[in-house]
Design a protein around this ligand. Structure first.
Ligand code: ADP
Length: 260
């Protein structure tokens, strides 16, 4: 519990700091970018000059992408929770996930029938799932199996002992890969904002910390199981809601449930 508190405080501090600079930083980049494009335009047939400018423009674009990630992280938009059936959310992401993972990764969906409803921000949970899938892809070097499992679970007093969630009914969503896994020291720092083991430009180190922020804000619990050489599983528990999905949500997803 102390670790969780320290983590929350760290996220808060980083969030504030980031919000302050990311915005100004982005303005600076806009000025650089505008001038680089102008120079590019003026450089005519000077190949060497154009090549240098292309490199500089690419670097500025990388910087702009990073700063927009930072802004999204710092802003921590207020959640807009709706009643949702996560199995439907996941099924709707099927095409997107397949595209993101490539052909050499099998995607297996386990469970989900009769799943309890949960109150979540749809856009955010989709983001989290996509981020977890991309982490899995990177850990598998493009080849392997991604399993998404859904289920109804009851967390008892013993399980939640030392956690910051109450015992009760939860919807469990796990994303498991057959990738390289995490060493103990990576596992320990994985939720830290900006912690990444990926090469420069490839990772922001914000994926798991955003997942952590989203899940705790949604009064849920998230944990990572990982073994080097065997793969990684990220388990998310979100509290059950007894409310029913809005009719338009059901319609929107294009799935006919037979009216329960
Ligand atoms: P990023 O993906 O940008 O590095 P994350 O916060 O999502 O940022 O992840 C932090 C680090 O945790 C990654 O750099 C990687 O070392 C490790 N990690 C995350 N997901 C996995 C996974 N599925 N398998 C192995 N390592 C992982």
């Amino acid at each position: 519990a102390e670790d969780a508190l320290r983590q929350a405080q760290k996220m808060e501090a980083v969030g504030q700091l980031t919000g302050g600079i990311a915005h100004d930083f982005n303005n600076v980049l806009q000025i650089i970018s505008g001038n680089l494009h102008l120079l590019h335009h003026l450089s005519g047939n000077d190949g060497v000059m154009r090549q240098r400018l292309d490199t500089a423009i690419a670097a500025v674009e990388r910087g702009a992408k990073l700063s927009s990630h930072l802004l999204a992280f710092a802003r921590r938009q207020p959640l807009q929770p709706v009643v949702a059936d996560l199995s439907r959310v996941v099924r709707n992401m099927d095409a997107l996930l397949r595209r993101a993972l490539g052909e050499a990764i099998d995607i297996v969906l386990v469970g989900g029938a009769g799943l309890w409803n949960t109150l979540v921000d749809r856009g955010q949970i989709e983001n989290v799932i996509l981020n977890l899938a991309i982490n899995a892809r990177d850990a598998m070097d493009g080849v392997g199996k991604l399993t998404i499992e859904l289920g109804n679970v009851v967390l008892d007093e013993q399980y939640v002992h030392n956690l910051d969630v109450p015992a009760g009914q939860y919807v469990m969503l796990s994303v498991t890969d057959t990738g390289k896994g995490m060493s103990g020291s990576v596992l320990q720092r994985a939720f830290e904002p900006f912690f990444t083991t990926k090469p420069e430009g490839a990772g922001t180190g914000l994926g798991l910390s955003m997942a952590y922020g989203f899940v705790t804000q949604s009064r849920g619990h998230i944990r990572i199981y990982s073994e080097p050489g065997h793969g990684t599983g990220v388990k998310i528990y979100l509290p059950r809601t007894l409310m029913a999905e809005a009719a338009d949500e059901v319609e929107l997803s294009g799935v006919v449930t037979g009216g329960t």
